[in-house]
Write a protein of this length. Structure first.
Length: 246
């Protein structure tokens, strides 16, 4: 990709949702040399145990981190959308301790670690925002862990819907309490520690209460205050900048 290609604007948009960038820093990000690929579900981007020399930026589609246990048991660790670099940790921790895979047809850009190190050395402000992204990622893990350990199935799903909406709204992928959700009930179950049947039951209950509508890969939150209250959702752990909240 040439430096004139503007696909890296999705990364600028993501970074600016959590911290300020100067015009020079925005230009530096957009000028990063990358290699792009379009991937289908079933083809991992990076595998548990790999030692990658690149990090992966999601340009479009949905990607997940996951761990695979015996007998085909999968735990989805997080969902990622355009603008996310889900394996940014590999810049500092060379051995992957999870796998990364597309859940939908996804376009991704591979950024060499060497380029990222040069970028952060040249622009300390960018280094700070990328570090902030890693810290927010850790905060999201704590929120997910709390949900898996102490929330009911209903509360877990409500909390996830609130998070996914706000994260997509922050980068211009959602508005008016409507957002893409092109993943399966199995994907949701693997993220929330629930069976497919249990996810289906909770979704029916939410629809019956008039809280959400989920159809054709689109989630509509009909009653945001009620959904957030059911989840005890506090968006502060996402650390979004002013103007990027409901």
């Amino acid at each position: 990709m040439s430096s004139s290609d503007h696909s890296l604007r999705v990364l600028v948009r993501k970074l600016e949702s959590i911290g300020p960038l100067s015009a020079e820093e925005r230009q530096a990000v957009e000028s990063l040399p990358v290699k792009t690929r379009v991937l289908e579900p079933g083809h991992d981007i990076v595998n548990d145990g790999d030692q990658p020399s690149h990090s992966c930026l999601v340009l479009s589609g949905w990607v997940c981190r996951y761990k695979m246990l015996s007998l085909g048991r999968r735990q989805v660790l997080s969902f990622h959308v355009a603008g996310d670099i889900p394996d940014l940790q590999s810049l500092h921790l060379p051995l992957m301790d999870y796998s990364l895979a597309p859940l939908t047809r996804s376009a991704v850009a591979f950024i060499a670690h060497e380029s990222l190190r040069e970028l952060t050395a040249t622009f300390p402000g960018l280094a700070a925002v990328l570090t902030r992204d890693l810290l927010i990622d850790a905060a999201a893990y704590r929120a997910w862990l709390t949900g898996l350990g102490r929330r009911s199935a209903y509360e877990r799903l409500a909390h996830l819907f609130c998070e996914l909406y706000l994260r997509q709204q922050a980068v211009g992928l959602a508005e008016a309490h409507r957002c893409p959700l092109p993943i399966t009930q199995m994907d949701l179950g693997d993220a929330l520690g629930l069976s497919n049947v249990h996810v289906n039951r909770v979704l029916k209950e939410m629809r019956g209460s008039g809280l959400v509508t989920l159809r054709a890969g689109t989630l509509v939150i009909e009653k945001w205050p009620e959904l957030a209250q059911a989840a005890e959702f506090d968006p502060s752990y996402l650390h979004l900048r002013s103007g990027h909240a409901v």
